[in-house]
Design a protein around this ligand. Structure first.
Ligand SMILES: C[S@@+](CC[C@H](N)C(=O)[O-])C[C@H]1O[C@@H](n2cnc3c(N)ncnc32)[C@H](O)[C@@H]1O
Length: 342
């Protein structure tokens, strides 16, 4: 089975599909900062393009293999921020058009299978864009299934709820079988994923592992993480002189920020700021720093030899935005198995 990965970013979805045995032909993404990471690790082309500026004819001219639509999977993980809980305000605009644009390719190429991944909020009532996409699939007589999955149930050491939609012409899709939790294999934990990495300090790097670099901390933030109990502690344990002014005046939300992860739990959901202590529970369980980029990648189930290129901010985005590799692989295996049965 061949695939095209629209909105491919640094390649989490692509890597998982390749691991499953699906021949991803190329990825397409507007952000030039992801190209090196994507191509270096996956050995396939990255079309650095705005999806809204490209036509299906252009793609099939350069990739005639896409015309064999009986063997084609189209994947589209449009940016999720406009739908996510943190950014309710600017709801619709960007993703509206991007999912519509992806739909343009589905309509023209008529792939045998379609896969999208997005934040659960995309299905909320009133999301006309998602409704429109479902209508398109219906008009094209796809069998469509979507649900919210949690990556931890597929062996990813992270709680990460995402909507997964599979539409197929040649089988009736269902939820890819879960492997972990509830009487199955035990959940993978933070310890399983990152205990093996050598200790480093805030601002430090250990070159024995690729991208094993941690962000530096200001003096006050260093004192704060030192005052945070190991293994799951948070800012509520700080002495008064370390408390932030905005947390002092009845603002008790965001108790996770500046917190440490717990060794024997699944990690919280990583974001594009997962290298930063002040942006979530991204503190190392016992070292006085935020998790390194390598540790973040491991919590997203990237292998240790997957190398990320770019600034810390760019790499954080590549890692935090990715579909966890293992989740993508399990979905890919599911699609491949059912497609091949036909
Ligand atoms: C959620 S991330 C995708 C993550 C990726 N699927 C992975 O598994 O690593 C969404 C991506 O959409 C890209 N994007 C945003 N607007 C775009 C556009 N107009 N055309 C193509 N790509 C776009 C962003 O650069 C970003 O990399």
């Amino acid at each position: 089975m061949n695939a095209v990965d629209f909105f491919c970013g640094g390649g989490g979805m692509t890597r998982g599909l390749l691991n499953a045995g699906i021949h991803v032909q190329f990825g397409l993404d507007i952000n030039p900062a992801c190209q090196h990471t994507y191509e270096y690790n996956n050995g396939i082309p990255y079309l650095c393009r705005d999806i809204s500026s490209i036509t299906p004819e252009e793609l099939t001219r350069d990739y005639p293999v896409l015309l064999n639509n009986g063997d084609l999977l189209l994947v589209g993980c449009a940016p999720c921020q406009p739908f996510s809980k943190q950014r309710r305000s600017d709801h619709e605009h960007i993703s509206t058009n991007l999912l519509d644009d992806f739909g343009r390719f589905v309509r023209a190429l008529e792939p045998v299978c379609v896969l999208i991944e997005n934040v659960p909020g995309i299905q909320n009532r009133g999301h006309v864009v998602f409704e429109r996409f479902l209508t398109l699939l219906d008009e094209m007589h796809y069998h469509t299934f979507y649900t919210v999955v949690n990556a931890q149930n597929y062996g990813v050491p992270q709680k990460r709820k995402r909507l997964v939609l599979i539409a197929a012409q040649d089988f009736f899709p269902d939820e890819p079988p879960v492997t972990h939790g509830g009487g199955l294999l035990p959940y993978m934990t933070v310890r399983d994923a990152i205990e093996r990495f050598p200790a480093i300090e805030a601002g430090g790097t250990n070159e024995a592992f690729l991208n094993h670099s941690a962000s530096s901390l200001s003096d006050i933030n260093l004192r704060r993480i030192e005052a945070t109990p190991h293994d799951g502690g948070g800012r509520l344990d700080w002495p008064p002189e370390l408390v932030l002014a905005c947390h002092n005046h009845g603002h008790n939300g965001h108790t996770d920020v500046y917190g440490r992860m717990s060794w024997d739990s699944v990690s919280p959901t990583l974001t594009s700021k997962c290298f930063s202590l002040s942006n979530g529970r991204f503190g190392h369980p016992e070292q006085n720093r935020a998790i390194s980029l390598r540790e973040a990648a491991a919590l997203q189930s990237f292998d240790d030899d997957y190398q990320f290129f770019g600034s810390t901010q760019e790499i954080g985005r590549q890692i935090g935005n990715a579909v966890p590799v293992l989740l993508a692989q399990r979905i890919g295996e599911y699609i491949l198995a059912h497609h091949q049965q036909n």
